[in-house]
Ligand binder design. Structure first.
Ligand SMILES: [Zn+2]
Length: 104
């Protein structure tokens, strides 16, 4: 979405007088009732759950993904591990480049 479209949309929302409220309500409506990964049940009316569970929004797909705290934690650790191994690989590549240069 470009700036012009975004501005037009915001204007449209304001005209309707519901600002981001409508958006939030819509999102809430789309909230799944279970964790995307482990299918643990989610209760929208449980404030503690609402505050602890994690919601990600894919605006382009109009999708809302829900993760329980356990899976969120696991997902983050997984990402961290991938990043670490990527850094590790980058280091090795760098070393190889250096060695190649030394042999020139
Ligand atoms: Zn889960």
């Amino acid at each position: 979405m470009n700036r012009k479209q975004r501005r037009a949309m915001a204007k449209e929302q304001r005209k309707k007088g519901n600002d981001d409220l409508a958006e939030k309500v819509m999102l809430f409506d789309k909230l799944p009732d279970e964790c995307l990964m482990c299918e643990a049940p989610f209760d929208k009316k449980n404030k503690e759950m609402v505050s602890k569970w994690n919601v990600t929004v894919r605006e382009s797909q109009g999708r809302v993904h829900l993760y329980c705290p356990d899976c969120w934690d696991k997902a983050h650790k997984m990402v961290a591990a991938v990043v670490e191994s990527m850094e590790e690989t980058a280091k090795v590549m760098e070393e190889r480049k250096k060695n190649a240069k030394d042999n020139e």
